[in-house]
Ligand binder design. Structure first.
Ligand SMILES: Cc1cc2nc3c(=O)[nH]c(=O)nc-3n(C[C@H](O)[C@H](O)[C@H](O)COP(=O)(O)O)c2cc1C
Length: 393
């Protein structure tokens, strides 16, 4: 991998010297399929700093080509890409960052058949030759996230895409200042459907629910959401907190996390509540916060939002489901739209709680593990994806 950072400016991709190839599998994963798409148009704006750079591309859905006419026709048909109605596959970048091992990553959204989902493009090589950019980049696309769920099991869910492109300096390209490119990307953001706004609001005494809240927030951000991670006010007396080392340490460690207010609920398109179990019910600290929402409820401002929940207990059958169901009672009174994880992803067959993410912490002896974390990230993503659909409707 070699990446030479090019001079700032706008570069136009030449479709004749560019291609997108893909690899996937069919026949229950036994056969390999290779093919190509055509880049219809694309441009890259390299900014200073380079992390403010932007890229967008239009790919012809009808250009899907594997060399097997019957298969190509089927994939272009309404069963998959529906190229007649959705002729363009679009990529819009949202950010550029340098990941692990110094690898450059272009984050963005890919819209296929009208379904927009996040994608990460890894820059495999980038060089400048006679003023033109030569770029090679790759990405993994999960077709299910774009609603292309036909032939489940028969055709693979993931496609590996490789972009090989040559981009020439645009005629009007000028060296861009940071301010100019920031203004341009703000303009581009305006054209995109609005990112969903998610409030993750939790109570935690000893940190378990806090860790789950971080993972839910992480999942929502990965889905392109704007996230506020907020805790509710502590109600317990100082002496009670001081008498428990884990509680006082956690209170000190999270004192800078902002306290949730009703205005945060009003702001949010979706709210994900987190609470430890208290005798099979939600914690009084979270209940107290919910009880401050009467004013918003009276104005109908709690209705028509997405809600979801997560929890933790000390013991395996200690009330995770009853706690989430108790929380969801209030959501019905709000007129909210309950979005639970169900068994909508393979991770849910591992953690096993369709009502929401939950973790058994064994009185502090069992830290949040990969199973609970994966379920929490998935819940955040799912809430953000469904909220985005309501935003777009
Ligand atoms: C008053 C009280 C009641 C509790 N009730 C239950 C219970 O019914 N079932 C259970 O498994 N754990 C119960 N617990 C344990 C907590 O649910 C558990 O420690 C919690 O999930 C830890 O979350 P945190 O680290 O975010 O505070 C209770 C704890 C307290 C303080």
């Amino acid at each position: 991998m070699s990446v030479e950072l090019p001079p700032a400016g706008t570069y136009t991709v030449d479709p004749e010297r560019s291609s997108i190839s893909f690899t996937t599998r069919h026949m229950f994963g036994l056969g390999k399929v290779n093919g190509t798409f055509r880049v219809e148009s694309a441009s890259i704006t390299v900014a200073e700093p380079v992390t403010r750079s932007t890229a967008h591309a239009v790919i012809g859905a009808g250009s899907f080509h594997t060399g097997t006419p019957r298969r190509d026709e089927h994939v272009r048909s309404a069963a998959f890409l529906h190229a007649e109605r959705h002729p363009e596959i679009r990529f819009e970048s949202t950010g550029v960052s340098r990941g692990a091992g110094g690898v450059w990553v272009v984050e963005g959204h890919l819209t296929i058949r009208g379904h927009r989902a996040p994608v990460e493009l890894t820059v495999d090589s980038l060089s400048v030759e006679n003023g033109s950019l030569k770029i090679s980049a790759s990405a993994t696309v999960d077709r299910y996230r774009h609603g292309l769920t036909a032939a489940k099991g028969l055709a693979a869910r993931l496609l590996r895409l490789t972009l090989s492109a040559t981009a020439d300096p645009a005629a009007s390209s000028v060296q861009k200042t940071e301010a100019a490119s920031a203004a341009e990307s703000a303009e581009q953001r305006e054209e995109l459907p609005m990112s969903p706004k998610i409030a993750v609001i939790y109570y935690s005494s000893t940190g378990t629910v806090h860790e789950l809240a971080e993972a839910v927030a992480d999942g929502a951000r990965k889905e392109g959401a704007e996230v506020r991670l907020l805790r509710v006010s502590e109600l317990a007396p100082e002496e009670a907190i001081a008498s428990n080392d884990a509680w006082s340490a956690h209170a000190a460690a999270t004192k800078d996390i902002p306290i949730a207010t009703p205005a945060d609920i009003e702001w949010a398109d979706a709210v994900v509540f987190g609470t430890p179990t208290r005798f099979g019910n939600i914690a009084s600290q979270l209940k107290q916060f919910i009880d401050t929402l009467g004013g918003l409820w009276a104005q109908g401002k709690l209705a028509d939002k997405v809600y979801s929940g997560f929890t933790a207990t000390a013991t395996a059958h200690g009330g995770q489901e009853s706690t989430l169901l108790a929380l969801y009672n209030s959501v019905h009174h709000f007129g909210g739209i309950l979005v639970t994880p169900g068994y909508t992803d393979p991770v849910k067959f591992v953690d096993g709680n369709p009502y929401g993410t939950s973790h058994v912490n064994g009185q502090g002896a069992i830290p949040v593990d990969d199973t609970a974390r994966a379920a929490a990230v998935y819940q955040g993503k799912r809430v953000a994806a469904i909220a985005a659909r309501f935003n777009a409707a």
